[in-house]
Design a protein around this ligand. Structure first.
Ligand code: PEP
Ligand code: MG
Length: 589
Protein backbone atom coordinates (compact mmCIF):
# COMPACT_ATOMS: atom_id res chain seq x y z
CA UNK A 1 0.00 0.00 0.00
CA UNK A 2 1.50 3.32 -1.12
CA UNK A 3 0.62 6.63 0.57
CA UNK A 4 0.93 9.62 -1.83
CA UNK A 5 1.13 12.17 0.96
CA UNK A 6 3.94 10.63 2.96
CA UNK A 7 5.70 8.52 0.30
CA UNK A 8 5.43 5.53 2.63
CA UNK A 9 4.75 2.03 1.43
CA UNK A 10 3.32 -0.61 3.73
CA UNK A 11 3.65 -4.36 3.18
CA UNK A 12 1.72 -6.98 5.13
CA UNK A 13 3.04 -10.48 5.80
CA UNK A 14 3.19 -13.16 8.46
CA UNK A 15 3.93 -11.99 12.02
CA UNK A 16 6.57 -14.65 12.66
CA UNK A 17 8.41 -13.14 15.62
CA UNK A 18 7.14 -10.18 17.72
CA UNK A 19 8.87 -6.86 18.36
CA UNK A 20 9.75 -3.69 16.44
CA UNK A 21 12.91 -2.70 14.59
CA UNK A 22 13.79 0.39 12.63
CA UNK A 23 16.85 0.32 10.42
CA UNK A 24 18.46 0.05 7.01
CA UNK A 25 17.68 -2.84 4.69
CA UNK A 26 20.38 -5.24 3.57
CA UNK A 27 19.17 -7.27 0.60
CA UNK A 28 20.44 -10.81 0.29
CA UNK A 29 19.91 -11.72 -3.32
CA UNK A 30 21.13 -15.18 -4.12
CA UNK A 31 22.93 -15.42 -7.42
CA UNK A 32 20.49 -17.05 -9.75
CA UNK A 33 20.89 -20.75 -10.03
CA UNK A 34 17.20 -21.08 -10.68
CA UNK A 35 17.51 -20.89 -14.44
CA UNK A 36 18.93 -24.18 -15.58
CA UNK A 37 19.34 -24.98 -19.23
CA UNK A 38 18.82 -28.42 -20.69
CA UNK A 39 21.27 -29.85 -23.21
CA UNK A 40 22.01 -33.31 -24.49
CA UNK A 41 25.14 -35.26 -23.61
CA UNK A 42 26.69 -37.66 -26.06
CA UNK A 43 26.98 -41.31 -25.04
CA UNK A 44 30.79 -41.02 -24.82
CA UNK A 45 30.57 -38.04 -22.49
CA UNK A 46 28.02 -39.55 -20.06
CA UNK A 47 30.58 -40.89 -17.64
CA UNK A 48 32.28 -37.52 -17.49
CA UNK A 49 28.95 -35.82 -16.84
CA UNK A 50 28.17 -38.22 -13.99
CA UNK A 51 31.60 -37.51 -12.52
CA UNK A 52 31.00 -33.77 -12.81
CA UNK A 53 27.84 -34.29 -10.75
CA UNK A 54 29.66 -36.46 -8.20
CA UNK A 55 32.37 -33.90 -7.67
CA UNK A 56 29.77 -31.13 -7.20
CA UNK A 57 28.15 -33.29 -4.51
CA UNK A 58 31.54 -33.85 -2.89
CA UNK A 59 32.22 -30.09 -2.86
CA UNK A 60 28.79 -29.45 -1.35
CA UNK A 61 29.53 -32.01 1.34
CA UNK A 62 32.91 -30.42 2.12
CA UNK A 63 31.24 -27.01 2.40
CA UNK A 64 28.62 -28.34 4.79
CA UNK A 65 31.26 -30.13 6.87
CA UNK A 66 33.15 -26.87 7.24
CA UNK A 67 30.01 -24.96 8.27
CA UNK A 68 29.00 -27.67 10.77
CA UNK A 69 32.46 -27.59 12.35
CA UNK A 70 32.32 -23.81 12.66
CA UNK A 71 28.82 -23.73 14.16
CA UNK A 72 29.07 -22.21 17.63
CA UNK A 73 27.69 -24.14 20.59
CA UNK A 74 24.64 -21.87 21.02
CA UNK A 75 23.56 -22.55 17.46
CA UNK A 76 23.82 -26.33 17.63
CA UNK A 77 20.23 -26.60 16.41
CA UNK A 78 21.44 -25.56 12.97
CA UNK A 79 24.08 -28.22 12.99
CA UNK A 80 21.35 -30.87 13.29
CA UNK A 81 19.53 -29.37 10.34
CA UNK A 82 22.76 -29.13 8.37
CA UNK A 83 23.53 -32.75 9.16
CA UNK A 84 20.20 -33.77 7.69
CA UNK A 85 21.00 -31.68 4.62
CA UNK A 86 24.36 -33.40 4.35
CA UNK A 87 22.56 -36.76 4.50
CA UNK A 88 20.18 -35.56 1.79
CA UNK A 89 23.09 -34.95 -0.62
CA UNK A 90 23.47 -38.70 -0.95
CA UNK A 91 19.76 -39.52 -0.72
CA UNK A 92 18.69 -42.19 -3.23
CA UNK A 93 15.83 -40.03 -4.44
CA UNK A 94 18.17 -37.17 -5.27
CA UNK A 95 21.66 -38.59 -5.81
CA UNK A 96 20.64 -41.93 -7.34
CA UNK A 97 17.82 -40.44 -9.38
CA UNK A 98 19.99 -37.65 -10.85
CA UNK A 99 22.58 -40.15 -12.08
CA UNK A 100 19.79 -42.33 -13.47
CA UNK A 101 18.31 -39.37 -15.38
CA UNK A 102 21.72 -38.36 -16.80
CA UNK A 103 22.35 -41.90 -18.01
CA UNK A 104 18.86 -42.70 -19.28
CA UNK A 105 17.91 -39.38 -20.80
CA UNK A 106 21.41 -38.28 -21.90
CA UNK A 107 20.96 -34.84 -20.33
CA UNK A 108 23.27 -32.50 -18.44
CA UNK A 109 23.71 -32.96 -14.68
CA UNK A 110 22.19 -29.58 -13.73
CA UNK A 111 18.98 -30.39 -15.60
CA UNK A 112 18.84 -33.96 -14.23
CA UNK A 113 19.28 -32.69 -10.68
CA UNK A 114 16.51 -30.09 -11.05
CA UNK A 115 14.19 -32.76 -12.41
CA UNK A 116 14.92 -35.26 -9.62
CA UNK A 117 14.56 -32.62 -6.92
CA UNK A 118 11.30 -31.14 -8.19
CA UNK A 119 9.64 -34.57 -7.89
CA UNK A 120 10.75 -35.11 -4.30
CA UNK A 121 9.94 -31.53 -3.30
CA UNK A 122 6.44 -31.65 -4.71
CA UNK A 123 5.80 -34.83 -2.69
CA UNK A 124 6.73 -32.99 0.51
CA UNK A 125 4.91 -29.81 -0.44
CA UNK A 126 1.61 -31.67 -0.70
CA UNK A 127 1.72 -32.51 2.99
CA UNK A 128 -0.95 -30.66 4.97
CA UNK A 129 1.21 -30.08 8.03
CA UNK A 130 3.14 -26.83 7.61
CA UNK A 131 5.99 -28.11 9.74
CA UNK A 132 6.48 -31.14 7.53
CA UNK A 133 6.08 -29.06 4.39
CA UNK A 134 8.94 -26.91 5.57
CA UNK A 135 11.20 -29.95 5.22
CA UNK A 136 10.82 -29.58 1.44
CA UNK A 137 12.93 -26.47 1.94
CA UNK A 138 15.82 -28.60 3.29
CA UNK A 139 15.81 -30.60 0.08
CA UNK A 140 15.88 -27.32 -1.83
CA UNK A 141 18.83 -25.99 0.17
CA UNK A 142 20.82 -29.20 -0.28
CA UNK A 143 20.24 -29.33 -4.03
CA UNK A 144 20.90 -25.58 -4.49
CA UNK A 145 24.28 -26.17 -2.93
CA UNK A 146 25.09 -28.91 -5.44
CA UNK A 147 23.75 -26.77 -8.26
CA UNK A 148 25.89 -23.80 -7.27
CA UNK A 149 28.93 -26.03 -7.49
CA UNK A 150 27.81 -27.39 -10.86
CA UNK A 151 27.34 -23.98 -12.43
CA UNK A 152 30.22 -22.41 -10.51
CA UNK A 153 28.07 -19.67 -8.92
CA UNK A 154 29.26 -17.89 -5.81
CA UNK A 155 27.14 -17.73 -2.69
CA UNK A 156 26.53 -14.29 -1.28
CA UNK A 157 28.64 -14.08 1.82
CA UNK A 158 26.24 -12.98 4.49
CA UNK A 159 28.83 -13.87 7.08
CA UNK A 160 30.50 -10.58 6.16
CA UNK A 161 27.70 -8.23 7.16
CA UNK A 162 29.50 -5.66 9.27
CA UNK A 163 26.82 -3.18 10.32
CA UNK A 164 23.52 -3.58 12.18
CA UNK A 165 20.94 -4.15 9.46
CA UNK A 166 17.52 -5.54 8.70
CA UNK A 167 18.07 -8.60 6.57
CA UNK A 168 15.76 -8.81 3.54
CA UNK A 169 15.92 -12.10 1.65
CA UNK A 170 13.89 -14.36 -0.55
CA UNK A 171 14.33 -17.13 1.98
CA UNK A 172 17.13 -18.03 4.36
CA UNK A 173 18.47 -21.54 4.60
CA UNK A 174 19.63 -22.85 7.97
CA UNK A 175 23.15 -22.91 6.52
CA UNK A 176 22.87 -19.22 5.73
CA UNK A 177 21.32 -18.33 9.06
CA UNK A 178 24.12 -20.11 10.86
CA UNK A 179 26.73 -18.03 8.99
CA UNK A 180 25.15 -14.72 9.93
CA UNK A 181 26.54 -12.90 12.91
CA UNK A 182 23.13 -12.68 14.50
CA UNK A 183 24.04 -9.79 16.76
CA UNK A 184 24.27 -7.74 13.54
CA UNK A 185 20.68 -8.50 12.59
CA UNK A 186 17.95 -6.14 13.78
CA UNK A 187 15.11 -7.96 12.04
CA UNK A 188 14.31 -10.50 9.33
CA UNK A 189 12.10 -9.82 6.32
CA UNK A 190 11.57 -12.54 3.70
CA UNK A 191 9.50 -13.27 0.59
CA UNK A 192 8.96 -16.91 1.56
CA UNK A 193 8.44 -18.69 4.84
CA UNK A 194 5.82 -19.37 7.43
CA UNK A 195 5.58 -19.46 11.21
CA UNK A 196 7.10 -22.94 11.12
CA UNK A 197 10.09 -22.11 8.90
CA UNK A 198 13.67 -22.13 10.15
CA UNK A 199 13.98 -18.35 10.03
CA UNK A 200 10.87 -18.02 12.18
CA UNK A 201 12.17 -20.54 14.72
CA UNK A 202 15.57 -18.83 14.93
CA UNK A 203 14.01 -15.37 15.11
CA UNK A 204 11.61 -16.30 17.91
CA UNK A 205 14.25 -18.09 19.91
CA UNK A 206 16.66 -15.17 19.61
CA UNK A 207 13.83 -12.67 20.02
CA UNK A 208 14.56 -10.88 16.74
CA UNK A 209 11.45 -9.34 15.10
CA UNK A 210 10.50 -11.05 11.83
CA UNK A 211 7.92 -10.56 9.09
CA UNK A 212 7.91 -13.43 6.60
CA UNK A 213 5.96 -14.49 3.52
CA UNK A 214 5.82 -11.01 1.92
CA UNK A 215 6.26 -12.51 -1.57
CA UNK A 216 8.02 -9.54 -3.22
CA UNK A 217 10.00 -7.89 -0.41
CA UNK A 218 13.35 -8.31 -2.22
CA UNK A 219 12.08 -6.48 -5.28
CA UNK A 220 10.12 -3.73 -3.53
CA UNK A 221 12.75 -2.93 -0.90
CA UNK A 222 16.13 -1.55 -2.04
CA UNK A 223 19.48 -1.82 -0.30
CA UNK A 224 19.88 0.86 2.39
CA UNK A 225 16.16 1.80 2.37
CA UNK A 226 15.07 2.81 5.86
CA UNK A 227 12.34 0.41 6.95
CA UNK A 228 10.24 -0.32 10.00
CA UNK A 229 9.58 -3.96 10.84
CA UNK A 230 6.67 -4.70 13.15
CA UNK A 231 6.93 -8.43 13.86
CA UNK A 232 3.93 -8.34 16.19
CA UNK A 233 1.43 -7.36 13.51
CA UNK A 234 3.36 -8.58 10.43
CA UNK A 235 3.81 -5.13 8.87
CA UNK A 236 6.79 -3.52 7.12
CA UNK A 237 6.89 0.21 6.35
CA UNK A 238 9.26 1.34 3.60
CA UNK A 239 10.45 5.00 3.64
CA UNK A 240 8.58 5.80 6.86
CA UNK A 241 7.64 9.47 7.31
CA UNK A 242 8.60 11.40 10.41
CA UNK A 243 5.30 10.74 12.15
CA UNK A 244 5.51 7.01 11.53
CA UNK A 245 9.09 6.92 12.80
CA UNK A 246 8.13 8.69 16.01
CA UNK A 247 5.07 6.46 16.44
CA UNK A 248 7.07 3.24 16.04
CA UNK A 249 9.98 4.47 18.13
CA UNK A 250 7.49 5.05 20.96
CA UNK A 251 5.83 1.68 20.44
CA UNK A 252 9.23 0.02 20.52
CA UNK A 253 10.10 1.62 23.86
CA UNK A 254 6.72 0.55 25.25
CA UNK A 255 7.18 -2.96 23.93
CA UNK A 256 10.66 -3.34 25.40
CA UNK A 257 9.63 -1.91 28.78
CA UNK A 258 6.59 -4.14 29.06
CA UNK A 259 8.45 -7.18 27.94
CA UNK A 260 11.25 -6.60 30.42
CA UNK A 261 8.72 -6.10 33.23
CA UNK A 262 6.86 -9.28 32.29
CA UNK A 263 10.02 -11.35 32.01
CA UNK A 264 11.26 -10.10 35.37
CA UNK A 265 8.10 -11.46 36.94
CA UNK A 266 7.91 -14.65 34.87
CA UNK A 267 9.39 -16.81 37.61
CA UNK A 268 6.55 -16.03 39.99
CA UNK A 269 3.96 -18.79 40.05
CA UNK A 270 0.80 -18.44 37.95
CA UNK A 271 -1.44 -18.21 41.00
CA UNK A 272 -4.80 -16.45 41.01
CA UNK A 273 -5.77 -13.84 43.60
CA UNK A 274 -7.77 -16.56 45.41
CA UNK A 275 -4.90 -19.02 45.54
CA UNK A 276 -5.49 -21.38 42.58
CA UNK A 277 -2.19 -22.36 40.95
CA UNK A 278 -2.02 -23.17 37.24
CA UNK A 279 0.97 -24.77 35.59
CA UNK A 280 2.20 -22.76 32.60
CA UNK A 281 4.44 -24.82 30.33
CA UNK A 282 6.25 -24.54 27.02
CA UNK A 283 5.76 -26.35 23.69
CA UNK A 284 8.99 -27.44 22.02
CA UNK A 285 10.02 -29.11 18.78
CA UNK A 286 13.76 -29.35 19.41
CA UNK A 287 15.70 -30.18 22.59
CA UNK A 288 17.52 -26.84 22.40
CA UNK A 289 14.28 -24.96 23.02
CA UNK A 290 14.17 -26.03 26.69
CA UNK A 291 16.49 -23.12 27.43
CA UNK A 292 13.89 -20.69 26.19
CA UNK A 293 11.13 -22.39 28.23
CA UNK A 294 13.21 -22.04 31.40
CA UNK A 295 14.25 -18.46 30.61
CA UNK A 296 10.59 -17.48 30.24
CA UNK A 297 9.57 -19.06 33.54
CA UNK A 298 7.96 -22.25 32.20
CA UNK A 299 6.86 -24.85 34.76
CA UNK A 300 7.75 -27.72 32.43
CA UNK A 301 7.22 -29.01 28.90
CA UNK A 302 3.54 -29.53 28.12
CA UNK A 303 4.16 -30.69 24.55
CA UNK A 304 7.34 -32.08 23.06
CA UNK A 305 6.56 -32.55 19.35
CA UNK A 306 8.85 -35.41 18.42
CA UNK A 307 8.36 -35.31 14.63
CA UNK A 308 11.51 -33.32 13.91
CA UNK A 309 13.85 -36.26 14.53
CA UNK A 310 12.19 -38.23 11.71
CA UNK A 311 12.24 -35.67 8.94
CA UNK A 312 14.49 -34.99 5.99
CA UNK A 313 16.55 -38.10 6.49
CA UNK A 314 17.05 -41.34 4.69
CA UNK A 315 16.45 -43.69 7.61
CA UNK A 316 14.43 -43.90 10.81
CA UNK A 317 16.18 -42.65 13.96
CA UNK A 318 17.55 -45.40 16.16
CA UNK A 319 16.38 -46.02 19.72
CA UNK A 320 19.65 -44.61 21.11
CA UNK A 321 19.42 -41.51 18.98
CA UNK A 322 15.88 -40.83 20.21
CA UNK A 323 16.88 -41.63 23.78
CA UNK A 324 19.62 -38.97 23.57
CA UNK A 325 17.16 -36.37 22.23
CA UNK A 326 14.70 -37.10 25.04
CA UNK A 327 17.44 -37.14 27.69
CA UNK A 328 18.60 -33.69 26.54
CA UNK A 329 15.20 -32.37 27.60
CA UNK A 330 14.32 -34.66 30.53
CA UNK A 331 17.59 -34.14 32.43
CA UNK A 332 17.61 -30.37 31.98
CA UNK A 333 13.99 -29.99 33.06
CA UNK A 334 14.01 -32.48 35.97
CA UNK A 335 12.14 -32.45 38.32
CA UNK A 336 9.77 -30.43 36.14
CA UNK A 337 7.54 -32.54 33.89
CA UNK A 338 8.24 -33.26 30.22
CA UNK A 339 5.28 -34.42 28.13
CA UNK A 340 6.61 -36.43 25.20
CA UNK A 341 4.06 -36.79 22.43
CA UNK A 342 4.53 -39.86 20.26
CA UNK A 343 5.13 -39.36 16.55
CA UNK A 344 2.43 -37.28 14.83
CA UNK A 345 3.22 -37.46 11.13
CA UNK A 346 0.89 -37.74 8.22
CA UNK A 347 2.02 -41.03 6.80
CA UNK A 348 5.14 -42.49 5.23
CA UNK A 349 5.55 -39.56 2.90
CA UNK A 350 7.12 -37.49 5.63
CA UNK A 351 10.05 -39.85 5.83
CA UNK A 352 12.31 -39.60 2.85
CA UNK A 353 13.37 -43.24 2.50
CA UNK A 354 9.85 -44.55 2.08
CA UNK A 355 7.97 -43.95 -1.12
CA UNK A 356 4.63 -43.40 0.59
CA UNK A 357 1.15 -43.80 -0.71
CA UNK A 358 -0.44 -40.68 -2.12
CA UNK A 359 -3.30 -40.10 0.23
CA UNK A 360 -6.06 -37.97 -1.30
CA UNK A 361 -6.60 -36.12 1.99
CA UNK A 362 -3.70 -36.68 4.38
CA UNK A 363 -5.23 -34.62 7.22
CA UNK A 364 -7.91 -37.30 7.34
CA UNK A 365 -5.49 -40.10 6.58
CA UNK A 366 -2.88 -42.29 8.18
CA UNK A 367 -1.80 -39.71 10.71
CA UNK A 368 -0.53 -39.69 14.32
CA UNK A 369 -1.47 -42.74 16.38
CA UNK A 370 -3.00 -44.41 13.30
CA UNK A 371 0.39 -44.35 11.61
CA UNK A 372 2.18 -45.67 14.71
CA UNK A 373 -0.26 -48.53 15.20
CA UNK A 374 0.30 -49.68 11.61
CA UNK A 375 4.10 -49.43 11.99
CA UNK A 376 4.80 -51.28 15.23
CA UNK A 377 8.56 -51.30 14.66
CA UNK A 378 8.64 -47.49 14.44
CA UNK A 379 6.28 -47.11 17.42
CA UNK A 380 8.12 -49.62 19.63
CA UNK A 381 11.50 -47.98 18.95
CA UNK A 382 10.10 -44.65 20.12
CA UNK A 383 8.34 -46.17 23.15
CA UNK A 384 11.56 -47.89 24.25
CA UNK A 385 13.45 -44.58 24.06
CA UNK A 386 10.71 -42.78 26.05
CA UNK A 387 10.49 -45.51 28.71
CA UNK A 388 14.28 -45.46 29.13
CA UNK A 389 14.44 -41.66 29.39
CA UNK A 390 11.61 -41.78 31.95
CA UNK A 391 14.02 -43.40 34.42
CA UNK A 392 15.93 -40.08 34.56
CA UNK A 393 13.28 -37.46 35.21
CA UNK A 394 9.61 -36.54 35.25
CA UNK A 395 8.24 -37.89 31.96
CA UNK A 396 4.67 -38.22 30.73
CA UNK A 397 3.63 -39.85 27.47
CA UNK A 398 0.89 -38.52 25.22
CA UNK A 399 -0.77 -40.10 22.17
CA UNK A 400 -1.88 -37.77 19.33
CA UNK A 401 -4.93 -37.91 17.02
CA UNK A 402 -6.92 -40.33 19.17
CA UNK A 403 -10.33 -40.82 17.56
CA UNK A 404 -11.49 -44.12 19.08
CA UNK A 405 -11.26 -45.86 22.43
CA UNK A 406 -9.69 -48.88 20.75
CA UNK A 407 -6.70 -46.79 19.71
CA UNK A 408 -5.99 -45.97 23.36
CA UNK A 409 -6.31 -49.63 24.38
CA UNK A 410 -4.07 -50.72 21.53
CA UNK A 411 -1.44 -48.03 22.23
CA UNK A 412 -1.38 -48.93 25.93
CA UNK A 413 -1.01 -52.62 25.04
CA UNK A 414 2.06 -51.87 22.91
CA UNK A 415 3.37 -49.61 25.69
CA UNK A 416 3.05 -52.41 28.29
CA UNK A 417 4.56 -55.04 25.99
CA UNK A 418 7.48 -52.71 25.28
CA UNK A 419 8.07 -52.22 29.01
CA UNK A 420 7.96 -56.01 29.51
CA UNK A 421 10.58 -56.60 26.87
CA UNK A 422 12.88 -53.92 28.34
CA UNK A 423 12.42 -55.65 31.67
CA UNK A 424 13.38 -59.02 30.23
CA UNK A 425 16.45 -57.50 28.62
CA UNK A 426 17.50 -56.03 31.97
CA UNK A 427 17.52 -52.46 30.61
CA UNK A 428 16.61 -49.75 33.09
CA UNK A 429 13.36 -47.90 32.43
CA UNK A 430 10.33 -46.44 34.20
CA UNK A 431 6.82 -47.42 33.15
CA UNK A 432 5.16 -45.77 36.13
CA UNK A 433 4.47 -42.56 34.25
CA UNK A 434 1.32 -40.60 33.40
CA UNK A 435 -0.29 -41.65 30.13
CA UNK A 436 -2.45 -39.11 28.35
CA UNK A 437 -4.12 -38.39 25.06
CA UNK A 438 -4.60 -35.34 22.90
CA UNK A 439 -8.24 -34.37 22.59
CA UNK A 440 -8.19 -32.92 19.09
CA UNK A 441 -10.77 -34.93 17.14
CA UNK A 442 -14.51 -34.34 17.76
CA UNK A 443 -15.16 -38.06 18.37
CA UNK A 444 -12.73 -37.91 21.31
CA UNK A 445 -14.75 -35.03 22.80
CA UNK A 446 -17.94 -37.06 22.56
CA UNK A 447 -16.27 -40.18 23.96
CA UNK A 448 -14.31 -38.35 26.66
CA UNK A 449 -16.24 -40.00 29.52
CA UNK A 450 -15.22 -43.48 28.36
CA UNK A 451 -11.71 -42.46 27.40
CA UNK A 452 -11.21 -40.88 30.83
CA UNK A 453 -11.29 -44.37 32.38
CA UNK A 454 -8.15 -45.29 30.44
CA UNK A 455 -5.82 -42.33 30.91
CA UNK A 456 -4.24 -40.02 33.50
CA UNK A 457 -4.70 -36.79 31.57
CA UNK A 458 -6.33 -35.13 28.59
CA UNK A 459 -4.56 -32.38 26.66
CA UNK A 460 -6.83 -30.36 24.39
CA UNK A 461 -5.21 -29.67 21.01
CA UNK A 462 -7.25 -26.75 19.79
CA UNK A 463 -5.35 -26.40 16.50
CA UNK A 464 -6.73 -29.66 15.21
CA UNK A 465 -9.93 -29.59 17.23
CA UNK A 466 -10.92 -26.36 15.47
CA UNK A 467 -9.84 -27.74 12.10
CA UNK A 468 -11.88 -30.94 12.44
CA UNK A 469 -14.90 -29.47 14.26
CA UNK A 470 -15.47 -26.38 12.16
CA UNK A 471 -14.31 -28.08 8.93
CA UNK A 472 -11.57 -25.50 8.40
CA UNK A 473 -8.22 -26.45 6.90
CA UNK A 474 -5.76 -24.95 9.39
CA UNK A 475 -3.30 -24.13 6.57
CA UNK A 476 -5.78 -22.50 4.20
CA UNK A 477 -5.50 -18.70 4.34
CA UNK A 478 -8.86 -18.34 2.53
CA UNK A 479 -10.71 -19.63 5.60
CA UNK A 480 -8.29 -18.25 8.20
CA UNK A 481 -10.97 -15.84 9.48
CA UNK A 482 -13.10 -18.86 10.44
CA UNK A 483 -10.34 -20.41 12.51
CA UNK A 484 -11.89 -19.23 15.77
CA UNK A 485 -10.83 -20.56 19.17
CA UNK A 486 -13.65 -18.53 20.70
CA UNK A 487 -16.33 -19.99 18.46
CA UNK A 488 -19.19 -21.05 20.80
CA UNK A 489 -18.95 -24.61 19.42
CA UNK A 490 -15.29 -24.84 20.50
CA UNK A 491 -16.03 -23.22 23.87
CA UNK A 492 -18.77 -25.80 24.48
CA UNK A 493 -16.48 -28.67 23.53
CA UNK A 494 -13.69 -27.43 25.81
CA UNK A 495 -16.25 -27.04 28.62
CA UNK A 496 -17.58 -30.57 28.08
CA UNK A 497 -14.11 -32.16 28.11
CA UNK A 498 -13.13 -30.15 31.18
CA UNK A 499 -16.30 -31.18 33.08
CA UNK A 500 -15.80 -34.84 32.15
CA UNK A 501 -12.17 -34.72 33.25
CA UNK A 502 -13.09 -33.21 36.63
CA UNK A 503 -15.89 -35.77 37.20
CA UNK A 504 -13.50 -38.61 36.41
CA UNK A 505 -10.43 -37.32 38.26
CA UNK A 506 -8.44 -36.95 35.10
CA UNK A 507 -6.05 -34.01 34.82
CA UNK A 508 -6.99 -31.53 32.11
CA UNK A 509 -4.45 -29.59 30.05
CA UNK A 510 -4.47 -27.51 26.90
CA UNK A 511 -1.52 -27.33 24.48
CA UNK A 512 -3.09 -25.86 21.32
CA UNK A 513 -2.43 -22.24 20.31
CA UNK A 514 -5.58 -21.14 22.16
CA UNK A 515 -3.66 -21.60 25.43
CA UNK A 516 -1.05 -18.94 24.55
CA UNK A 517 -3.28 -15.84 24.53
CA UNK A 518 -3.72 -13.90 27.79
CA UNK A 519 -7.21 -12.73 26.78
CA UNK A 520 -8.42 -16.37 26.83
CA UNK A 521 -7.38 -16.90 30.45
CA UNK A 522 -10.66 -15.98 32.19
CA UNK A 523 -12.39 -18.71 30.17
CA UNK A 524 -9.71 -21.42 30.54
CA UNK A 525 -9.26 -20.68 34.23
CA UNK A 526 -13.01 -20.54 34.87
CA UNK A 527 -13.51 -23.91 33.24
CA UNK A 528 -10.94 -25.43 35.56
CA UNK A 529 -8.09 -26.28 33.20
CA UNK A 530 -5.07 -27.30 35.32
CA UNK A 531 -2.23 -26.72 32.92
CA UNK A 532 -1.54 -24.67 29.78
CA UNK A 533 1.29 -25.16 27.32
CA UNK A 534 2.41 -22.67 24.70
CA UNK A 535 5.18 -21.03 22.66
CA UNK A 536 7.81 -20.16 25.32
CA UNK A 537 7.67 -16.42 24.53
CA UNK A 538 3.99 -16.27 25.51
CA UNK A 539 4.59 -17.69 29.00
CA UNK A 540 5.35 -14.41 30.87
CA UNK A 541 2.24 -12.57 29.60
CA UNK A 542 -0.04 -15.54 30.27
CA UNK A 543 1.32 -15.92 33.80
CA UNK A 544 0.85 -12.21 34.45
CA UNK A 545 -2.74 -12.39 33.28
CA UNK A 546 -3.52 -15.40 35.48
CA UNK A 547 -2.07 -13.63 38.51
CA UNK A 548 -4.51 -10.78 38.02
CA UNK A 549 -7.61 -13.02 37.91
CA UNK A 550 -9.76 -14.71 40.52
CA UNK A 551 -10.86 -18.32 40.01
CA UNK A 552 -14.28 -17.74 41.59
CA UNK A 553 -15.00 -14.71 39.36
CA UNK A 554 -13.85 -16.60 36.30
CA UNK A 555 -16.20 -19.49 37.11
CA UNK A 556 -19.12 -17.05 37.20
CA UNK A 557 -17.89 -15.41 34.01
CA UNK A 558 -18.25 -18.74 32.13
CA UNK A 559 -22.04 -18.51 32.60
CA UNK A 560 -22.08 -15.25 30.61
CA UNK A 561 -19.74 -16.67 27.98
CA UNK A 562 -22.07 -19.62 27.38
CA UNK A 563 -24.96 -17.25 26.62
CA UNK A 564 -23.08 -15.70 23.69
CA UNK A 565 -23.78 -16.89 20.17
CA UNK A 566 -20.66 -15.92 18.19
CA UNK A 567 -16.87 -15.74 18.49
CA UNK A 568 -17.03 -11.98 18.10
CA UNK A 569 -19.54 -11.60 20.94
CA UNK A 570 -17.34 -13.71 23.21
CA UNK A 571 -14.23 -11.70 22.33
CA UNK A 572 -16.12 -8.43 22.94
CA UNK A 573 -17.27 -9.73 26.33
CA UNK A 574 -13.68 -10.67 27.21
CA UNK A 575 -12.35 -7.29 26.08
CA UNK A 576 -15.05 -5.37 27.96
CA UNK A 577 -14.54 -7.33 31.16
CA UNK A 578 -10.78 -7.93 31.17
CA UNK A 579 -9.26 -5.88 28.29
CA UNK A 580 -7.72 -3.25 30.52
CA UNK A 581 -5.64 -5.66 32.61
CA UNK A 582 -4.09 -7.24 29.56
CA UNK A 583 -0.45 -6.70 28.73
CA UNK A 584 -0.03 -4.80 25.46
CA UNK A 585 -0.98 -7.03 22.54
CA UNK A 586 2.47 -6.38 21.07
CA UNK A 587 3.95 -8.68 23.64
CA UNK A 588 2.01 -11.72 22.55
CA UNK A 589 1.81 -10.92 18.87
C1 PEP B 1 -3.03 -29.16 18.26
O1 PEP B 1 -3.53 -29.79 17.33
O2 PEP B 1 -3.63 -28.27 18.89
C2 PEP B 1 -1.65 -29.44 18.70
C3 PEP B 1 -1.13 -28.89 19.78
O3 PEP B 1 -0.90 -30.27 17.94
P1 PEP B 1 -0.21 -29.87 16.54
O4 PEP B 1 -0.30 -28.38 16.38
O5 PEP B 1 1.17 -30.39 16.64
O6 PEP B 1 -1.06 -30.62 15.55
MG1 MG C 1 -2.64 -31.62 16.60
Amino acid sequence: MFDRNTGEKRLYGINASPGISIGKAYIVDKEGVDVVEKYLIREKQLKKEVNRFKSAVKKAKDELNAIIEDTPEDLRRHATILETQRALLKDKMIYGKTIEIIENEHVNADWALKKAVSRVKSMFQKLPDSYLRERAADIGYASDRILRNLVGAKQVNIGEIYKRVILVANDLSPAETSQIQLEKIKAFVTNQGSKASHTAIVARTLEIPAVLGLEDATSVIQNDDVIVVDGSTGMVVIHPGEETLIDFAERKIRYNDQKAALTRRSHFPAETSDGIRLQVMGNIELPEEVVSVLAHGGDGIGLYRTEFQYLSRTDFPSEDELFDKYMDVVEVMAPKPVTIRTLDINGDKAISNTSGSDEPNPALGLRGIRYCLTKPEVFITQLRAILRAAAFGNVRIMFPMISTLDEILEAKKVFNETADSLNKEGISFNKDIDIGIMIEVPSAVVMADLMAKEVDFFSIGTNDLIQYSLAIDRENSKVANLFQPLNPAIIRMVKHVTDVARDNNVKIFMCGEMAGYPIHMPILLGMGINELSMNPQSIPAVKTMIRSLSFEDSKLFIKDVLKKTSAKDILDLLQDSYGDILPDKYITG
